[in-house]
Write a protein that binds this ligand. Structure first.
Ligand code: AMP
Length: 304
């Protein structure tokens, strides 16, 4: 069972304390689909401009990502410029150039309108809503967003969140969206909008999952070398949804396993700039790190 994703395909310019890169491959849909492609079939709906090189298209194809829904328009590809300080948990956006996204009307190819798994990656919530209107009856709809859209299009975003099963957002964004400093209270407010599951990403502190009756906490994998956190959230979501679509298991246990696969994928992604680490990753490494996660988080129950 494959996944349909709509989101950004981008050029990023990123500065971290460990280096500076200009015009590298990025975008929420790029990270998501590459990560999910380790687990299942993915088809992507997005737009790029005339400046988008064939080399990047070839890379996405090499991961078996279906690009029928990738529009090529005249104009420039979306460009995001961001910076991280020594606290790598939060990006500071320096510039956002929507470019070809400004007038983009997403079209879901006919063969994907029956997709069982839909991921609305970080993009204009108006475009997320248009995609929601073109799919028939997905089994699982998940979505991500960011501060840029929370402040510029809060009403459109609220409408999207009302329709999704799983919302995956950063800690700071959960607070910003709800106006609640306390995450447990913020989670209650978000779940009351309609989502059944909320996953809060907390950078190097891992993730928290909330449903109306349970909480699950997963740490981030402790890494010695972290170069660039860009795309960690989307890579997490790709591993999470990819595993879910592959297993078809949406029980609480299945969702917990998917969260750990998401965390494994994100932990690889931050080890290098752009998608460079994912480009040289193989499935055996993913399984090995999943097993280390299991060991790392295991503890015994109380006697008796
Ligand atoms: P994250 O997983 O949150 O680190 O996402 C990073 C990616 O989001 C970068 O590769 C950017 O190209 C992309 N991005 C940044 N701002 C936006 C935006 N306003 N809309 C869509 N994508 C964005």
């Amino acid at each position: 069972m494959g996944i349909l994703v709509v989101g950004s395909v981008a050029f990023d310019s990123v500065e971290t304390p460990f280096g500076k890169m200009e015009g590298i491959l990025g975008g929420s849909a790029t990270y998501f689909s590459t990560s999910a492609s380790f687990f299942t079939d993915v088809s992507l709906v997005a737009v790029v401009g005339e400046d988008f090189p064939q080399e990047h298209v070839d890379f996405l194809r090499s991961r078996n990502i279906d690009l029928t829904g990738l529009a090529h328009e005249s104009g420039k590809t979306f460009h995001w410029k961001g910076k991280y300080g020594y606290d790598l948990n939060e990006a500071q956006t320096l510039e956002t150039h929507l470019n070809v996204f400004e007038n983009f009307k997403p079209v879901v190819p006919d063969q994907y309108r029956d997709a069982d798994y839909l991921f609305l990656a970080n993009i204009d919530p108006v475009l997320q809503m248009e995609v929601l209107g073109q799919v028939r009856n997905p089994r699982v709809i998940a979505c991500d967003t960011m501060n840029f859209w929370i402040s510029s299009k809060p009403e459109a975003l609220k409408k999207v969140i009302e329709r999704v099963d799983i919302l995956i957002i950063n800690e700071g964004e959960a607070r910003q969206f709800t106006g609640e400093a306390n995450l447990v209270k913020a989670a209650k407010k978000i779940l009351a909008l309609g989502a059944k599951t909320l996953i809060v990403k907390r950078g190097e502190y891992g993730v928290l999952m909330f449903t109306d009756s349970t909480v699950f906490a997963a740490p981030a994998y402790p890494l010695e070398e972290v170069y660039d956190p860009t795309g960690a959230g989307d890579t997490f979501a790709g591993g999470f949804m990819g595993y879910l679509a592959n297993s078809g298991d949406t029980s609480e246990e299945g969702i917990r396993q998917a969260i750990v696969f998401g965390s494994v994928m994100a932990s690889f992604n931050v080890e290098d700039f752009s998608l460079n680490r994912l480009k040289r990753l193989d499935y055996k490494e993913i399984e090995a790190r999943y097993r280390s996660f299991k060991k790392m988080t295991h503890f015994e129950g109380l006697a008796g």
